[in-house]
Design a protein around this ligand. Structure first.
Ligand code: ASP
Length: 466
Protein backbone atom coordinates (compact mmCIF):
# COMPACT_ATOMS: atom_id res chain seq x y z
CA UNK A 1 0.00 0.00 0.00
CA UNK A 2 2.81 2.34 1.10
CA UNK A 3 4.75 1.32 -1.99
CA UNK A 4 1.78 2.16 -4.20
CA UNK A 5 1.60 5.62 -2.57
CA UNK A 6 5.32 6.11 -3.14
CA UNK A 7 5.06 5.14 -6.81
CA UNK A 8 2.19 7.54 -7.43
CA UNK A 9 3.56 10.35 -9.57
CA UNK A 10 2.57 13.90 -8.59
CA UNK A 11 0.39 15.68 -11.14
CA UNK A 12 2.48 17.65 -13.66
CA UNK A 13 2.79 21.35 -12.93
CA UNK A 14 0.89 22.34 -16.08
CA UNK A 15 -2.10 20.23 -14.88
CA UNK A 16 -1.96 21.79 -11.42
CA UNK A 17 -1.90 25.27 -12.95
CA UNK A 18 -4.84 24.47 -15.19
CA UNK A 19 -6.88 23.30 -12.20
CA UNK A 20 -5.89 26.47 -10.32
CA UNK A 21 -7.04 28.54 -13.31
CA UNK A 22 -10.46 26.85 -13.49
CA UNK A 23 -10.89 27.08 -9.71
CA UNK A 24 -9.97 30.78 -9.76
CA UNK A 25 -12.70 31.48 -12.34
CA UNK A 26 -15.35 29.48 -10.45
CA UNK A 27 -14.46 30.85 -7.00
CA UNK A 28 -14.05 34.37 -8.43
CA UNK A 29 -17.57 34.30 -9.88
CA UNK A 30 -18.99 32.88 -6.64
CA UNK A 31 -17.41 35.48 -4.38
CA UNK A 32 -18.25 38.48 -6.54
CA UNK A 33 -20.18 40.17 -3.69
CA UNK A 34 -17.00 39.92 -1.60
CA UNK A 35 -14.61 41.33 -4.21
CA UNK A 36 -13.10 43.72 -1.66
CA UNK A 37 -12.33 40.81 0.64
CA UNK A 38 -10.70 38.96 -2.25
CA UNK A 39 -8.47 41.87 -3.22
CA UNK A 40 -7.51 42.51 0.41
CA UNK A 41 -6.82 38.96 1.53
CA UNK A 42 -6.22 36.81 -1.56
CA UNK A 43 -4.28 39.17 -3.87
CA UNK A 44 -1.36 39.62 -1.39
CA UNK A 45 -0.50 35.92 -1.71
CA UNK A 46 -0.39 36.35 -5.48
CA UNK A 47 1.79 39.42 -4.93
CA UNK A 48 4.21 37.37 -2.80
CA UNK A 49 4.53 34.91 -5.68
CA UNK A 50 5.14 37.77 -8.13
CA UNK A 51 7.70 39.34 -5.79
CA UNK A 52 9.61 36.06 -5.70
CA UNK A 53 9.58 35.92 -9.48
CA UNK A 54 10.78 39.53 -9.73
CA UNK A 55 13.54 38.73 -7.24
CA UNK A 56 14.86 35.89 -9.36
CA UNK A 57 14.49 37.55 -12.79
CA UNK A 58 17.71 39.63 -12.74
CA UNK A 59 20.15 36.86 -11.78
CA UNK A 60 18.40 34.37 -14.09
CA UNK A 61 18.77 36.66 -17.12
CA UNK A 62 22.34 37.65 -16.18
CA UNK A 63 23.68 34.15 -15.61
CA UNK A 64 21.68 32.31 -18.25
CA UNK A 65 22.81 34.71 -20.99
CA UNK A 66 26.40 34.71 -19.70
CA UNK A 67 26.36 30.92 -19.54
CA UNK A 68 24.83 30.83 -23.02
CA UNK A 69 27.53 33.10 -24.46
CA UNK A 70 30.38 31.38 -22.61
CA UNK A 71 29.18 27.91 -23.58
CA UNK A 72 29.59 28.82 -27.24
CA UNK A 73 33.28 29.54 -26.67
CA UNK A 74 33.60 30.93 -30.17
CA UNK A 75 32.68 34.59 -30.73
CA UNK A 76 31.79 33.85 -34.37
CA UNK A 77 29.09 31.46 -33.17
CA UNK A 78 27.67 34.03 -30.71
CA UNK A 79 27.58 36.55 -33.56
CA UNK A 80 25.80 34.10 -35.86
CA UNK A 81 23.21 33.07 -33.26
CA UNK A 82 22.77 36.60 -31.89
CA UNK A 83 22.41 38.17 -35.35
CA UNK A 84 19.84 35.65 -36.58
CA UNK A 85 17.95 35.85 -33.30
CA UNK A 86 17.76 39.65 -33.29
CA UNK A 87 16.67 39.89 -36.92
CA UNK A 88 13.95 37.28 -36.37
CA UNK A 89 12.76 38.91 -33.15
CA UNK A 90 12.55 42.42 -34.62
CA UNK A 91 10.87 41.35 -37.87
CA UNK A 92 8.23 39.18 -36.20
CA UNK A 93 7.47 41.90 -33.61
CA UNK A 94 7.01 44.60 -36.26
CA UNK A 95 4.80 42.18 -38.20
CA UNK A 96 2.80 41.43 -35.05
CA UNK A 97 2.07 45.13 -34.45
CA UNK A 98 0.94 45.48 -38.07
CA UNK A 99 -1.42 42.49 -37.61
CA UNK A 100 -2.83 44.11 -34.46
CA UNK A 101 -3.40 47.43 -36.22
CA UNK A 102 -4.93 45.80 -39.29
CA UNK A 103 -7.38 43.68 -37.28
CA UNK A 104 -8.36 46.49 -34.94
CA UNK A 105 -9.04 48.79 -37.90
CA UNK A 106 -11.13 46.11 -39.59
CA UNK A 107 -13.24 45.58 -36.46
CA UNK A 108 -13.27 49.23 -35.40
CA UNK A 109 -16.97 49.76 -36.11
CA UNK A 110 -17.86 46.97 -33.68
CA UNK A 111 -16.01 48.52 -30.75
CA UNK A 112 -18.39 49.58 -27.98
CA UNK A 113 -18.86 53.30 -27.54
CA UNK A 114 -17.65 53.91 -24.04
CA UNK A 115 -18.05 56.79 -21.71
CA UNK A 116 -14.57 58.16 -21.39
CA UNK A 117 -15.13 60.62 -18.59
CA UNK A 118 -13.82 59.78 -15.12
CA UNK A 119 -10.85 57.98 -16.57
CA UNK A 120 -7.58 58.42 -14.84
CA UNK A 121 -4.25 56.85 -15.57
CA UNK A 122 -0.91 58.33 -14.62
CA UNK A 123 1.87 57.60 -17.09
CA UNK A 124 5.54 57.96 -16.38
CA UNK A 125 7.60 60.70 -17.99
CA UNK A 126 7.77 60.67 -21.77
CA UNK A 127 10.95 58.94 -22.94
CA UNK A 128 12.36 59.80 -26.36
CA UNK A 129 13.72 57.16 -28.74
CA UNK A 130 17.28 58.46 -28.19
CA UNK A 131 16.86 58.27 -24.42
CA UNK A 132 15.66 54.69 -24.83
CA UNK A 133 18.83 53.92 -26.78
CA UNK A 134 21.11 55.56 -24.21
CA UNK A 135 19.31 53.79 -21.36
CA UNK A 136 20.17 50.40 -22.82
CA UNK A 137 23.78 50.84 -21.67
CA UNK A 138 24.47 50.56 -17.93
CA UNK A 139 26.53 53.21 -16.16
CA UNK A 140 26.88 51.21 -12.99
CA UNK A 141 27.67 47.58 -12.28
CA UNK A 142 24.94 46.92 -9.72
CA UNK A 143 22.19 49.35 -10.72
CA UNK A 144 20.80 47.21 -13.60
CA UNK A 145 20.19 44.33 -11.19
CA UNK A 146 18.96 46.59 -8.41
CA UNK A 147 16.57 48.44 -10.70
CA UNK A 148 15.63 45.25 -12.60
CA UNK A 149 16.50 47.02 -15.86
CA UNK A 150 16.47 43.96 -18.08
CA UNK A 151 17.99 45.51 -21.19
CA UNK A 152 20.96 46.74 -19.17
CA UNK A 153 21.31 43.33 -17.54
CA UNK A 154 21.42 41.76 -21.02
CA UNK A 155 24.10 44.20 -22.19
CA UNK A 156 26.08 43.48 -19.02
CA UNK A 157 25.74 39.73 -19.53
CA UNK A 158 26.87 39.98 -23.16
CA UNK A 159 29.91 42.16 -22.32
CA UNK A 160 30.98 39.91 -19.45
CA UNK A 161 30.34 36.75 -21.47
CA UNK A 162 32.45 38.02 -24.37
CA UNK A 163 35.18 39.13 -21.95
CA UNK A 164 35.34 35.62 -20.44
CA UNK A 165 35.68 34.09 -23.92
CA UNK A 166 38.41 36.57 -24.87
CA UNK A 167 40.44 36.05 -21.67
CA UNK A 168 40.52 32.36 -22.62
CA UNK A 169 42.21 29.73 -20.49
CA UNK A 170 42.87 32.01 -17.54
CA UNK A 171 39.12 32.63 -17.20
CA UNK A 172 38.25 28.95 -16.74
CA UNK A 173 37.32 29.44 -13.05
CA UNK A 174 34.97 32.21 -14.19
CA UNK A 175 33.38 29.82 -16.71
CA UNK A 176 32.76 27.30 -13.92
CA UNK A 177 31.48 30.04 -11.58
CA UNK A 178 28.98 31.25 -14.17
CA UNK A 179 27.82 27.70 -14.75
CA UNK A 180 27.40 27.05 -11.02
CA UNK A 181 25.54 30.35 -10.46
CA UNK A 182 23.32 29.57 -13.44
CA UNK A 183 22.42 26.17 -11.99
CA UNK A 184 21.81 27.58 -8.51
CA UNK A 185 19.48 30.32 -9.74
CA UNK A 186 17.67 27.93 -12.06
CA UNK A 187 17.09 25.63 -9.08
CA UNK A 188 15.79 28.58 -7.03
CA UNK A 189 13.50 29.47 -9.93
CA UNK A 190 12.24 25.88 -10.04
CA UNK A 191 11.45 26.04 -6.30
CA UNK A 192 9.55 29.30 -6.74
CA UNK A 193 7.66 27.90 -9.72
CA UNK A 194 6.37 25.02 -7.59
CA UNK A 195 4.25 27.70 -5.93
CA UNK A 196 2.73 28.79 -9.24
CA UNK A 197 -0.64 26.99 -8.89
CA UNK A 198 -1.20 28.93 -5.63
CA UNK A 199 0.13 32.11 -7.23
CA UNK A 200 -2.09 31.77 -10.29
CA UNK A 201 -5.18 31.16 -8.17
CA UNK A 202 -4.48 34.10 -5.85
CA UNK A 203 -3.84 36.47 -8.74
CA UNK A 204 -6.74 35.47 -10.93
CA UNK A 205 -9.55 34.88 -8.43
CA UNK A 206 -9.75 38.51 -7.16
CA UNK A 207 -9.66 39.83 -10.76
CA UNK A 208 -12.67 37.70 -11.69
CA UNK A 209 -14.43 38.59 -8.42
CA UNK A 210 -13.90 42.30 -9.07
CA UNK A 211 -14.73 42.47 -12.78
CA UNK A 212 -17.17 39.61 -13.14
CA UNK A 213 -18.95 38.92 -16.40
CA UNK A 214 -19.96 42.58 -16.77
CA UNK A 215 -16.54 43.92 -17.66
CA UNK A 216 -15.91 40.93 -19.89
CA UNK A 217 -19.15 41.63 -21.73
CA UNK A 218 -18.53 45.29 -22.51
CA UNK A 219 -14.98 44.79 -23.62
CA UNK A 220 -15.51 41.40 -25.23
CA UNK A 221 -15.04 42.79 -28.71
CA UNK A 222 -11.61 44.30 -28.18
CA UNK A 223 -10.55 41.15 -26.36
CA UNK A 224 -11.82 39.04 -29.23
CA UNK A 225 -9.86 41.10 -31.75
CA UNK A 226 -6.66 40.78 -29.71
CA UNK A 227 -7.17 37.01 -29.40
CA UNK A 228 -7.82 36.66 -33.14
CA UNK A 229 -4.52 38.50 -33.65
CA UNK A 230 -2.68 36.26 -31.17
CA UNK A 231 -4.00 33.08 -32.76
CA UNK A 232 -3.47 34.27 -36.35
CA UNK A 233 0.09 35.35 -35.59
CA UNK A 234 0.94 32.08 -33.86
CA UNK A 235 -0.71 29.84 -36.44
CA UNK A 236 0.37 31.70 -39.58
CA UNK A 237 3.69 33.37 -38.78
CA UNK A 238 5.19 30.76 -36.44
CA UNK A 239 3.88 27.78 -38.40
CA UNK A 240 5.36 29.16 -41.61
CA UNK A 241 8.61 30.19 -39.95
CA UNK A 242 9.06 26.86 -38.14
CA UNK A 243 8.22 24.93 -41.31
CA UNK A 244 10.31 26.94 -43.80
CA UNK A 245 13.20 28.22 -41.68
CA UNK A 246 13.20 25.65 -38.89
CA UNK A 247 12.58 22.47 -40.89
CA UNK A 248 10.02 21.26 -38.34
CA UNK A 249 6.41 20.18 -38.70
CA UNK A 250 4.32 22.94 -37.03
CA UNK A 251 2.01 20.33 -35.46
CA UNK A 252 4.99 18.72 -33.75
CA UNK A 253 6.16 22.16 -32.65
CA UNK A 254 2.86 23.23 -31.07
CA UNK A 255 2.35 19.79 -29.50
CA UNK A 256 5.80 19.90 -27.92
CA UNK A 257 5.19 23.43 -26.69
CA UNK A 258 1.85 22.68 -25.02
CA UNK A 259 3.09 22.53 -21.40
CA UNK A 260 4.88 25.88 -21.77
CA UNK A 261 1.90 27.38 -23.59
CA UNK A 262 -0.46 26.37 -20.78
CA UNK A 263 1.94 27.67 -18.19
CA UNK A 264 2.40 31.01 -19.95
CA UNK A 265 -1.37 31.39 -20.34
CA UNK A 266 -1.89 30.86 -16.63
CA UNK A 267 1.10 32.75 -15.24
CA UNK A 268 1.22 35.66 -17.72
CA UNK A 269 4.98 35.73 -17.28
CA UNK A 270 7.49 34.97 -20.03
CA UNK A 271 10.31 34.92 -17.52
CA UNK A 272 8.35 32.62 -15.23
CA UNK A 273 7.80 30.27 -18.16
CA UNK A 274 11.50 30.28 -19.08
CA UNK A 275 12.56 26.99 -17.43
CA UNK A 276 9.56 25.12 -18.86
CA UNK A 277 10.12 26.72 -22.26
CA UNK A 278 13.74 25.54 -22.18
CA UNK A 279 12.63 22.03 -21.28
CA UNK A 280 10.01 21.92 -24.08
CA UNK A 281 12.37 23.24 -26.76
CA UNK A 282 15.15 20.92 -25.68
CA UNK A 283 12.73 17.99 -25.97
CA UNK A 284 11.97 19.27 -29.48
CA UNK A 285 15.68 18.88 -30.25
CA UNK A 286 16.99 22.42 -29.73
CA UNK A 287 20.56 22.19 -28.39
CA UNK A 288 21.11 23.61 -24.93
CA UNK A 289 23.70 26.09 -26.18
CA UNK A 290 21.06 27.66 -28.43
CA UNK A 291 18.09 27.54 -26.03
CA UNK A 292 20.11 28.96 -23.12
CA UNK A 293 20.93 32.01 -25.23
CA UNK A 294 17.88 32.54 -27.44
CA UNK A 295 15.15 31.93 -24.84
CA UNK A 296 16.31 34.20 -21.98
CA UNK A 297 16.98 36.91 -24.55
CA UNK A 298 13.51 36.34 -26.03
CA UNK A 299 11.80 36.33 -22.62
CA UNK A 300 13.26 39.79 -22.15
CA UNK A 301 13.13 41.47 -25.54
CA UNK A 302 10.81 39.51 -27.83
CA UNK A 303 7.15 40.29 -27.21
CA UNK A 304 5.05 39.65 -30.30
CA UNK A 305 1.87 39.14 -28.29
CA UNK A 306 2.49 42.39 -26.45
CA UNK A 307 3.01 44.16 -29.79
CA UNK A 308 -0.33 42.81 -31.11
CA UNK A 309 -2.04 43.96 -27.92
CA UNK A 310 -0.50 47.42 -28.24
CA UNK A 311 -1.60 47.72 -31.87
CA UNK A 312 -5.16 46.64 -31.04
CA UNK A 313 -5.45 48.82 -27.93
CA UNK A 314 -4.10 51.92 -29.67
CA UNK A 315 -6.86 51.73 -32.28
CA UNK A 316 -9.45 50.84 -29.63
CA UNK A 317 -8.53 53.76 -27.37
CA UNK A 318 -8.39 56.14 -30.32
CA UNK A 319 -11.87 54.97 -31.40
CA UNK A 320 -13.29 55.48 -27.91
CA UNK A 321 -12.05 59.06 -27.98
CA UNK A 322 -13.37 59.57 -31.51
CA UNK A 323 -9.86 59.92 -32.95
CA UNK A 324 -9.02 58.48 -36.38
CA UNK A 325 -5.45 57.27 -36.74
CA UNK A 326 -3.59 58.37 -39.89
CA UNK A 327 -1.21 56.12 -41.85
CA UNK A 328 1.98 57.87 -40.58
CA UNK A 329 0.61 57.46 -37.04
CA UNK A 330 0.18 53.72 -37.71
CA UNK A 331 3.80 53.50 -38.87
CA UNK A 332 4.89 55.32 -35.73
CA UNK A 333 2.91 52.81 -33.68
CA UNK A 334 4.65 49.87 -35.43
CA UNK A 335 8.08 51.36 -34.68
CA UNK A 336 7.36 52.37 -31.09
CA UNK A 337 5.52 49.14 -30.25
CA UNK A 338 8.51 47.17 -31.55
CA UNK A 339 10.87 49.24 -29.39
CA UNK A 340 8.44 49.19 -26.46
CA UNK A 341 8.24 45.42 -26.60
CA UNK A 342 12.03 45.28 -26.29
CA UNK A 343 11.79 47.31 -23.12
CA UNK A 344 8.87 45.29 -21.77
CA UNK A 345 9.82 42.99 -18.91
CA UNK A 346 8.59 39.42 -19.12
CA UNK A 347 6.39 39.75 -16.06
CA UNK A 348 2.61 40.19 -15.74
CA UNK A 349 1.28 43.61 -16.60
CA UNK A 350 4.41 45.21 -18.00
CA UNK A 351 2.96 45.38 -21.53
CA UNK A 352 0.21 47.67 -20.26
CA UNK A 353 2.79 50.01 -18.76
CA UNK A 354 4.62 50.16 -22.10
CA UNK A 355 1.32 50.90 -23.86
CA UNK A 356 1.64 54.39 -22.35
CA UNK A 357 4.81 54.92 -24.38
CA UNK A 358 3.07 53.82 -27.60
CA UNK A 359 0.05 56.06 -27.01
CA UNK A 360 2.26 59.03 -26.22
CA UNK A 361 4.24 58.52 -29.42
CA UNK A 362 1.16 59.36 -31.51
CA UNK A 363 -0.38 61.85 -29.11
CA UNK A 364 -3.25 59.62 -27.97
CA UNK A 365 -4.62 60.24 -24.47
CA UNK A 366 -2.73 58.00 -22.07
CA UNK A 367 -5.77 58.08 -19.80
CA UNK A 368 -7.33 55.66 -22.25
CA UNK A 369 -5.29 52.88 -20.68
CA UNK A 370 -7.81 52.92 -17.84
CA UNK A 371 -10.32 51.52 -20.36
CA UNK A 372 -8.44 48.30 -20.79
CA UNK A 373 -6.65 48.16 -17.44
CA UNK A 374 -9.48 46.25 -15.77
CA UNK A 375 -9.13 43.29 -18.07
CA UNK A 376 -5.42 43.55 -18.67
CA UNK A 377 -4.86 40.19 -17.09
CA UNK A 378 -6.97 38.48 -19.74
CA UNK A 379 -5.10 40.27 -22.53
CA UNK A 380 -1.87 39.43 -20.76
CA UNK A 381 -2.52 35.70 -20.60
CA UNK A 382 -2.89 35.54 -24.38
CA UNK A 383 -0.04 37.90 -25.21
CA UNK A 384 2.38 36.05 -22.94
CA UNK A 385 1.47 32.78 -24.64
CA UNK A 386 2.34 34.31 -28.01
CA UNK A 387 5.50 35.87 -26.58
CA UNK A 388 6.97 32.59 -25.39
CA UNK A 389 5.86 30.67 -28.48
CA UNK A 390 7.72 33.26 -30.58
CA UNK A 391 10.87 32.74 -28.49
CA UNK A 392 10.59 28.97 -28.88
CA UNK A 393 10.03 29.22 -32.65
CA UNK A 394 13.19 31.33 -32.87
CA UNK A 395 15.20 28.72 -30.97
CA UNK A 396 13.99 26.01 -33.38
CA UNK A 397 14.90 28.17 -36.37
CA UNK A 398 18.28 29.27 -35.05
CA UNK A 399 19.25 25.72 -34.13
CA UNK A 400 18.26 24.54 -37.61
CA UNK A 401 20.19 27.33 -39.32
CA UNK A 402 23.12 26.82 -37.00
CA UNK A 403 23.26 23.14 -37.86
CA UNK A 404 23.67 24.12 -41.51
CA UNK A 405 26.33 26.60 -40.50
CA UNK A 406 28.29 24.04 -38.52
CA UNK A 407 28.09 21.69 -41.48
CA UNK A 408 29.28 24.45 -43.83
CA UNK A 409 32.18 25.28 -41.48
CA UNK A 410 33.09 21.62 -41.58
CA UNK A 411 32.91 21.63 -45.38
CA UNK A 412 35.07 24.76 -45.63
CA UNK A 413 37.73 23.03 -43.59
CA UNK A 414 37.43 19.92 -45.72
CA UNK A 415 37.70 21.96 -48.95
CA UNK A 416 40.82 23.68 -47.67
CA UNK A 417 42.38 20.35 -46.81
CA UNK A 418 41.31 18.92 -50.17
CA UNK A 419 42.96 21.79 -52.05
CA UNK A 420 46.13 21.31 -50.10
CA UNK A 421 46.07 17.63 -50.86
CA UNK A 422 45.73 18.34 -54.62
CA UNK A 423 48.86 20.48 -54.55
CA UNK A 424 50.67 17.79 -52.73
CA UNK A 425 49.42 15.29 -55.29
CA UNK A 426 51.45 16.94 -58.05
CA UNK A 427 54.55 16.89 -55.84
CA UNK A 428 54.46 13.31 -54.67
CA UNK A 429 51.82 10.76 -55.49
CA UNK A 430 52.52 8.61 -52.54
CA UNK A 431 52.20 11.40 -50.03
CA UNK A 432 49.08 12.66 -51.76
CA UNK A 433 47.27 9.36 -51.41
CA UNK A 434 48.12 9.19 -47.74
CA UNK A 435 46.89 12.79 -47.40
CA UNK A 436 43.56 11.78 -48.91
CA UNK A 437 43.32 8.98 -46.44
CA UNK A 438 44.02 11.44 -43.68
CA UNK A 439 41.42 13.75 -45.11
CA UNK A 440 38.87 10.97 -44.93
CA UNK A 441 39.84 10.41 -41.32
CA UNK A 442 39.55 14.11 -40.51
CA UNK A 443 36.06 14.29 -42.00
CA UNK A 444 35.08 11.13 -40.17
CA UNK A 445 36.41 12.41 -36.88
CA UNK A 446 34.75 15.80 -37.14
CA UNK A 447 31.37 14.26 -37.89
CA UNK A 448 31.78 11.78 -35.05
CA UNK A 449 32.96 14.58 -32.78
CA UNK A 450 29.82 16.52 -33.47
CA UNK A 451 27.69 13.51 -32.69
CA UNK A 452 29.51 12.80 -29.45
CA UNK A 453 29.13 16.44 -28.49
CA UNK A 454 25.40 16.42 -29.16
CA UNK A 455 24.74 13.15 -27.40
CA UNK A 456 26.78 14.19 -24.37
CA UNK A 457 24.75 17.38 -24.29
CA UNK A 458 21.62 15.26 -24.31
CA UNK A 459 23.00 13.05 -21.59
CA UNK A 460 23.71 16.14 -19.54
CA UNK A 461 20.17 17.28 -19.95
CA UNK A 462 18.82 13.86 -19.12
CA UNK A 463 21.12 13.70 -16.09
CA UNK A 464 19.91 17.04 -14.89
CA UNK A 465 16.30 16.04 -15.32
CA UNK A 466 16.89 12.88 -13.33
N1 ASP B 1 3.26 39.49 -19.35
C1 ASP B 1 4.00 39.60 -20.59
C2 ASP B 1 5.14 38.60 -20.59
O1 ASP B 1 5.56 38.18 -19.55
C3 ASP B 1 4.52 40.95 -20.81
C4 ASP B 1 3.38 41.89 -21.00
O2 ASP B 1 2.83 42.35 -20.01
O3 ASP B 1 3.02 42.14 -22.14
O4 ASP B 1 5.59 38.24 -21.64
Amino acid sequence: MKQAKKNKKPMPLAGQIFIALVLAIIVGLLIQPYAKFASTYITPFGTIFLNLIKFIVGPIVLFSIMAGVVSMKDIKKVGAIGGTTLIYYLCTTAFATAIGLFLANSFQKYFPVLSVSNLSYKAGDKVSAMDTLVNVFPSNFLAPLYEANMLQVIVMALILGFAIILVGKKAEPAVRAVDVCNNVFMKAMEMILKLSPIGVFCLLCPVIAENGAKILGSLAMVLLVAYIGYIAHALIVYSLAVRTLGGMNPVKFFKGMLPAILFAFSSASSVGTLPLNMECTEKLGVPKEVSSFVLPLGATINMDGTAIYQGVCSVFIAACYGIHLTFPQMITIVVTATLASIGTAGVPGSGMVMLAMVLQSVGLPVDGIALVAGIDRIFDMGRTTVNITGDASCSVIVSHLLRNKIASWGKTQATAVAETSEELDTMANEKASSMEEALGDVQGVSAADLEVHTSSENEDTEGEKK
